[in-house]
Design a protein around this ligand. Sequence first.
Ligand SMILES: Nc1ncnc2c1ncn2[C@@H]1O[C@H](COP(=O)(O)OP(=O)(O)OP(=O)(O)O)[C@@H](O)[C@H]1O
Length: 681
Amino acid sequence: MITTQPMNTLLKKWQDAKLITALDRHFALELAEIEHIDAADECYPLFLLICTLLSQQLSNQHSCLVLNNIVLDNPMAEDIGTHPFAIATASSCQIQQSHTELITQISAFNAIGQPGDNTPMIIEFDRLYLNKYYFFETQVAQKLLQLTQVNVNADNPLLPGFLDDLFPQEPHHHGQFDWQKIATATALTKALAVITGGPGTGKTTTVTKLLLLLLTQQNMTIRLVAPTGKAAARLSESIKASKNRLRQSLNDNCQPQALLTALEAIPEEAATLHRLLGVIPHSHHFRHNKDNPLRLDLLVIDEASMVDLPMMYKLLSALPTHARLILLGDQDQLASVEAGAVLADICQGLQVARPIENQIDSSSWRMRYSPEQAKHIQRLTQQDVSQFIDNKSLFGDSLCMLMHSHRFKGDAGIGQLANAVNSTDIAKIRQVWRHGYNELNWFEHQINTHQENSGKQQLLALSVSAYQPYLQMIQFNQGVFANNLPNTAIYGAEQIIEQYNQYRMLCAMRASEYGVEGMNLAITDSLRQAKLIDSKQEFYLGRPIIIQNNDYNLGLFNGDIGLILQDQHNPKRLMAHFIQADGSLLKVLPARLPKHDTCFAMTVHKSQGSEFDQVSFVLPPRPSIAQWQLLTKELLYTAITRAKNHFYCLGSAAVFERCAKQITLRSSGLAIRLWDGDTKA
Ligand SMILES: Nc1ncnc2c1ncn2[C@@H]1O[C@H](COP(=O)(O)OP(=O)(O)OP(=O)(O)O)[C@@H](O)[C@H]1O
């Protein structure tokens, strides 16, 4: 390897240029100590480079470093050449060997071992792992494959009839597959079922019908969980709504009492993953693990795209050996905040790449069933899925993807835009925006010579009107308390919070004028000018708060959102009010709140698992290089699909379209392990 400067100097230079973090540099230097090499050794630069690249990959949520992906003449991906942001004219280090030679050479380092070795790093084919992540990935793959191989007895002769009753054939759908029915049959026959699909495709409806059928056959302890409190609360609401719809339809169709009894036994309460596993304060470990398994027969995990690799390992380890697992989620959403993209990897084997008009590879999906599973499905559903038979894959037997959204009607703008973005179809994106749907509004960045942006001003005006109703409710209560009108009804905290949750501004990033920080300041200022808030004090009436750290004693968790309101029992006292996952109200003295921020605007990442009636999304007008890394298709898709009725976007067409073209790829070997066995490089 050749370098233009000593490696230690280069590491510092890369850190200063924000190509790597201080952690990446220290990680590499520490491993060099473990390897017992220093600058005098010929292989020192290569060892440091490889360790730095691995750490950088882990910081960017990859599970491993794919060595064949390293660009040999510019491994640190430095900006070279004529680009205005370029930091150099030539890369400061180059690897002269081929990838094969590189893999052979680094395999000889003491700190890099083979699978099964107790070394800090593990190399497998062209994938380099931190030992811990290799362990998580192999364990997750092994446990998922074990589960998918467990066939569950679904021979009850009543099942096909029950399935027909629960999924009546719609006359106009004659001859089409009923994927909800097939998903239910899949989950009836396998200990692992993965039911994925976009918003409103019927995941909750399907799982409710599935639980109903399972409970008609045997008593089971079922637990419902989701990654965040907000997502758990939403799952609980969705299950309740789905049960109500089902109760109505069972009664209308005079279904057998057995079904109605089973329906009532379906649990409605959902918990967070942390609560399920039992948090031990100040520890990464949970009370439930392989030595103290969970007490349940069936675990349903919603919003599974948010579950990272280490958490999936912990969940699977804590699952009792006899238990069944159902994963629900949208594989197209943003991947987890921490390492891995477990749900996307699970679904990867169903992806069929296809080129579309603008030459960008997009994808469609195709089920893959073994001949035995196709027979089970046919017997239970009378649907012939033989066209999806694939003799090579067994993992496909556990999967079912729902593709038809019942929420976004075929011609509705939000659904159209989400689909166009999801398939990186630029022509379709332009067509949707040009169509002028009522549900979609575009605000163009228009920055004049005084650096004033009329697009931003329009969005701020809209945000003021969208937040006005909840702030007026607060002002009404304030008047009642101030004038001591005991017989006048006031708005309850739950009502006010519900009203606040009708609208949210989402940003791609935290920092900068067009990030959460800048937009929160701008909205606060606009609301103050409109006399809707009085923001002189830190904890002013109506301030929305988002929690940034877990506080197990208070029962507040990262991402929880609440409002500063007058305490109804002592109106002189302001308290932060939160709705918890079980629907109850939690009141906390503002001074006791863990680390928090204002939440008129929040990141798209933090909005996962939530939905709002109206959503506005802010793209920066001129993204920096670092900001471009965040602007992905998955980010856009997640932002759009948070909106139930209206989506507004502040941006420029060029940025929106480039964002839609950037597809997140997370390096991992999980998909290969699940779909091809451990044999493929
Ligand atoms: N087969 C169907 N026919 C008609 N309407 C349906 C069907 N399945 C679901 N729906 C309706 O679509 C809406 C969304 O269903 P559901 O909540 O089950 O979807 P979901 O995929 O869980 O949504 P989300 O992604 O928001 O959690 C509900 O109003 C439901 O009644």
